[in-house]
Design a protein around this ligand. Sequence first.
Ligand code: HEC
Ligand code: HEC
Ligand code: HEC
Ligand code: HEC
Ligand code: HEC
Ligand code: HEC
Ligand code: HEC
Length: 336
Amino acid sequence: MRSLLLILGLVWTLPAADEKCAVCHTKQVRGYYGHAGKPGSAMASALYTAGEAEILHKNPKLDYTLGRFTYSIDRKGGESVYTVSDGKDKFSLALRYAFGHGAAGQTYLYQLEGRWFESRLSYYKETGRLDLTMGVPPGEPPNLKEAAGREMTPKDVAACFACHTTDSLSKGLVDFSELRAGIGCTNCHMQSAGHLKSMAPMKSLKTLTAEEQSEACGRCHRTWADIAANGPRGINNVRFQPYRLANSKCYDSEDRRIGCASCHDVHEPLEKNLAAYDDKCAACHAAGSKVAAKLCPKGKTDCASCHMPRFEMPGSHHQFTDHMIRIVRKNETYPN
Ligand code: HEC
Ligand code: HEC
Ligand code: HEC
Ligand code: HEC
Ligand code: HEC
Ligand code: HEC
Ligand code: HEC
């Protein structure tokens, strides 16, 4: 297997299960994991061990001050050591996991006396430095332990790993011996055992309706129903694309042309050139079209730049693309 993969010239960091797919589905594997210097999808690297996190390699010393507390993350002999001091006492240990490729930012998990904690600070790409993890209340924490991070329940821990890794849960808890960092092929293409063993056909995802795609992706990106029932309301829901998209006049649950995979090839990195999305709009918005024949009086290219505005979620230091496609009116309030 190894020599065959070498002939194909693939990258070597593939999870074992996905190496098997690579033999036949070379195009998807190369696109997804990156190839020949080209980056892959951020989903493939949604989690790193702290030792492997590129951001921590590139930033061997990060620091931050919060009232009487001083923080640092220092690279020492292959580890990233997290130190918090209140001036008298000091808390210091090696970080375990880095969550997020870093499109917006990266958050760290560490373990203390068998319990898991989420770091109070995260790294943000836009600013290139540490700041409060999203959702952490501002202000000075009461003591050193809380200053360092938030204790997580086993359920919290399992939820984080379920969305950022592949097949790592056993009986609802994380099995760290089986941990496969990042989102692998089989996260979306389930039940591949028979396909690998005896070429049993795989379920094709190419025929899913828009709604079925939103449900499949919404397992992690959150579904319309999740957000409608549990919030958040307002600007904080801009990152939940299945919800935003379904609230758009463009959305038709049966029409594949408005499904996630019509605009995104998940086997490639996110397309940043907005003009590349124009033909996705034109699939419905064209002269003579049955669903939307009225043409735009204002623009002919880069449709998404006006109709999918970007918003910065408070504390995220990052602009997210609003998937509620619409005419944006001057001084509008954010439509829920
Ligand atoms: C020995 C070669 C081989 C291996 C290994 C393999 N596949 Fe396939 N796969 C095929 C062939 C052949 C088809 C049917 C032709 C096609 O549709 O591309 C197929 C079809 C599929 C399809 C359905 C395509 C569609 O939409 O109709 C998916 C999804 C898929 N494979 C995923 C995987 C994943 C994930 C892995 C690894 C866990 C994998 N395959 C491993 C050969 C392979
Ligand atoms: C198992 C959970 C999971 C599923 C299922 C999932 N995603 Fe993701 N997705 C993520 C996570 C986590 C990230 C953030 C990765 C990061 O930046 O660290 C992400 C990021 C992305 C990105 C940004 C990629 C980039 O290169 O910046 C796109 C686009 C995306 N997902 C689309 C989809 C679509 C479309 C589907 C459904 C076909 C889907 N995702 C299904 C978890 C998932
Ligand atoms: C329900 C699934 C889900 C859970 C649970 C979840 N995430 Fe995510 N996470 C995602 C998705 C999807 C994205 C990408 C889209 C986005 O940024 O909103 C993401 C993005 C991120 C990012 C930004 C990545 C980047 O490249 O900028 C960080 C950091 C992150 N998650 C950390 C965590 C941590 C830590 C936990 C647990 C406390 C957690 N996530 C729990 C699905 C999840
Ligand atoms: C985030 C979810 C997700 C991940 C991860 C993912 N896929 Fe897919 N895959 C899809 C979706 C959705 C489609 C259908 C795309 C469409 O509608 O055109 C698809 C289609 C395919 C097809 C059929 C393509 C065709 O045009 O015939 C193959 C083969 C495939 N994927 C293999 C893989 C392999 C191998 C990996 C791992 C490198 C992988 N996928 C990772 C969601 C995913
Ligand atoms: C009509 C086209 C279209 C559809 C449908 C669509 N997207 Fe997007 N998406 C975009 C555009 C345009 C961007 C911005 C790309 C960039 O960064 O320049 C984007 C960005 C993203 C990002 C990166 C984070 C951000 O907010 O910028 C994620 C994740 C994502 N989409 C997920 C999804 C999911 C999940 C679905 C299905 C519910 C979906 N998209 C449906 C056009 C679309
Ligand atoms: C599945 C087909 C489909 C796709 C794909 C699609 N739309 Fe639409 N869109 C519609 C329909 C249907 C309407 C409502 C009927 C009408 O006004 O003609 C609409 C309405 C709109 C409106 C008017 C909304 C309002 O607030 O009144 C805008 C603007 C728009 N679309 C822009 C876009 C852009 C930009 C894209 C690509 C990023 C896109 N659409 C993709 C079908 C689609
Ligand atoms: C420079 C910003 C801009 C760009 C680029 C742009 N639009 Fe628009 N679009 C607008 C504005 C503003 C309106 C509202 C016009 C009005 O009501 O006076 C509009 C209206 C529309 C409508 C509603 C038309 C109607 O009469 O109901 C549709 C559909 C639409 N745009 C689609 C698109 C598509 C598709 C593209 C890309 C080919 C695009 N737009 C590019 C700003 C833009």
